[in-house]
Design a protein around this ligand. Structure first.
Ligand SMILES: *Cc1c(COP(=O)(O)O)cnc(C)c1O
Length: 223
């Protein structure tokens, strides 16, 4: 059974190799360590790896872990965020990967306006068009960018997407490539949050600047 160190060595080699294939610098690809599978008490071991960027997709888990480890990490919220829960995460998270509707932007603006630094947000785009997926449609993205530009509390730093589960390499790359093309067209300099355990190498080759990895680092770690 591979321990966390071995798994991380393996993953970081794969990240490096993907960067080499794509002619990119490793320093351009950042990782969010997705800790959603862990209890707060298990997190210390993870943080010792120097993974300063951690991601959670549920408000309760984020708050729980933040209470213990707030100063040891930079917090990313990567899941769908309900409007009424915004107040619970504001002031705790540094990055939101899932800005996907105007009402959410409004609520963030309402809650954050007394705080000096804006929230760094990725706009989640539903490239694959799956009904089950959140996100702005590619067609609506340009207008949405215009709408949220009016909120001083929100700093749009890039775009985020999720490829369909178990999609082929070709389809998965197609989704990532389309996100990159939207970025090139509408958000020059924008970052790209795309790629998870199943597809991070393709994502890197297609231009991801943030990958979000959970299970590949910690399966077998549950015991
Ligand atoms: C869980 C999750 C991840 C990480 O997924 P793994 O397949 O475990 O790497 C990435 N992004 C989001 C939005 C998630 O919910």
């Amino acid at each position: 059974m591979m321990d966390l160190q071995h798994r991380w060595n393996d993953v970081s080699q794969r990240i490096e190799a993907a960067c080499v294939r794509a002619g990119r610098s490793v320093s351009d690809v950042h990782m969010v360590a997705v800790t959603k599978y862990l209890e707060a008490v298990q997190m210390q071991k993870w943080l010792q790896f120097g993974w300063t960027h951690v991601g959670e997709n549920r408000v309760e888990s984020l708050v729980d872990k933040w209470d213990t480890f707030s100063h040891q990490a930079t917090w990313h919220f990567i899941g769908s965020l309900q409007r009424r829960k915004v107040k619970e995460v504001i002031g705790k998270i540094d990055y939101l990967h899932s800005l996907d509707r105007f009402s959410l932007a409004e609520e963030i603006d309402k809650r954050l306006d007394t705080i000096v630094s804006p929230l760094k947000c990725f706009i989640q785009v539903n490239i694959s068009g799956e009904k089950s997926k959140h996100g702005i449609s590619p067609q609506e993205l340009e207008d949405f960018l215009g709408d949220v530009a009016n909120f001083f509390s929100i700093q749009v730093i890039g775009l985020m997407t999720m490829a369909p589960l178990h999609a082929s390499e070709r389809d998965t790359r197609g989704v990532f490539r389309e996100l990159r093309m939207l970025r090139d067209r509408l958000l020059t300099q924008g970052q790209l949050s795309m790629g998870m355990s199943q597809d991070f190498e393709w994502a890197i080759e297609e231009g991801a600047t943030w990958i979000r990895l959970g299970s590949i680092l910690m399966t077998e770690e549950q015991d």
